[in-house]
Design a protein around this ligand. Structure first.
Ligand code: DX5
Ligand code: ZN
Length: 221
C-alpha cells in the first residue's frame, strides 16, 4: 500500500485569496494541490486555466499540482499546463478522441499522467494503458461542482481498480474525488484509494489543520 496523500481541491477555496489559501492548506498538512479545470462544455461550469496555475507557482507554491482537466478537447491545454507548472495532468477519456495520444503528449511535456473515470464509466477503458498511467482518478460524484454527496457504488469500483493496479504491478496512485469527508475516508481507503481529494470538507472548515488531522486520524486506524 502506497502512502496516503490528501489533495485539497481549490474549487472550494476563496479565489480572491488563492495563493494564501493554498499556502494555508499546505501548512495544515496537505500533500498535493488539486486544481479543477472546467470549461462549460465538458462540464456545465467554468473555473480557471493555466494562467492561474502559473500564478500559484510564481507565488511560491512548490507542492505537486494535480491538474484535473474537465475540458473537451484535451490536447491543446496539455502543453500550456505543463509550462504553467503542472505536476500531474489528468483527463476524462470521453473528452479525448485519442486517449493514447493525449497520454503521450502529457509524458512528452514532462508531466505525470492520469485518466479520470466518471461514476458510470466502466473501469475497462484503462486496461490497455495502465503502463502509461501515474494516476487513476475515480470520480465519486458527477463532475462539475463541489459539495456533492459521495456516490456509494464507487466503492466497488475502487476495489476493482485497486485489484487491476496491483495485478499490473504498475506504480499508479489511485485517487478519489467527490464528497470525501472525515466520516467516509476510512471506508474509501479500505476500498483501495491512496490519494484523497477533498474540497468542501476542508475549505468549509475554519481550521484547515483540524480538518486534515481528522482525516489522517481516520486513515491511521
Ligand atoms: C468536481 C471536482 C472536485 C470537487 C470536489 O467536479 O472535480 O474536485 O471540487 O469537491 P468536494 O470535495 O466538495 O466534493
Ligand atoms: Zn477534481
Amino acid at each position: 500500500q502506497q502512502e496516503f496523500k490528501i489533495a485539497p481541491s481549490i474549487l472550494a477555496a476563496d479565489f480572491a485569496r488563492l495563493g494564501e489559501e493554498v499556502d494555508a492548506v499546505l501548512a495544515a498538512g496537505a500533500d498535493i494541490v488539486h486544481f479543477d479545470v472546467m470549461d462549460n462544455h465538458y462540464v456545465p461550469n467554468l473555473t480557471v486555466g493555466p494562467m492561474v496555475c502559473k500564478a500559484l507557482r510564481n507565488y511560491g507554491i512548490e507542492a505537486p499540482i494535480d491538474v484535473h482537466l474537465m475540458v473537451e478537447p484535451v490536447d491543446d491545454l496539455i502543453g500550456q499546463f505543463a509550462d504553467a507548472g503542472a505536476s500531474y495532468i489528468t483527463f476524462h477519456p470521453e473528452a479525448s478522441k485519442h486517449i493514447d495520444r493525449s497520454l503521450q503528449l502529457i509524458k512528452q511535456a514532462g508531466c505525470k499522467s492520469g485518466l479520470v473515470l466518471n461514476p458510470a464509466t466502466p473501469i475497462e477503458v484503462v486496461k490497455h494503458v495502465l503502463p502509461q498511467l501515474d494516476m487513476l482518478l475515480l470520480m465519486s460524484v458527477n463532475p462539475g461542482f463541489g459539495g456533492q454527496k459521495f456516490i456509494p457504488y464507487t466503492l466497488d469500483k475502487l476495489r476493482e481498480a485497486r485489484a487491476l493496479i496491483d495485478e499490473s504491478g504498475c506504480d499508479i496512485r489511485l485517487e478519489i474525488d467527490g464528497g470525501v469527508t472525515a466520516d467516509n475516508i476510512r471506508e474509501i481507503a479500505q476500498a483501495g484509494a491512496d490519494t484523497f481529494v477533498a474540497g468542501s470538507a476542508i475549505f468549509s472548515k475554519g481550521d484547515y489543520k483540524a480538518a486534515i488531522d481528522a482525516m489522517r486520524a481516520e486513515l491511521a486506524q
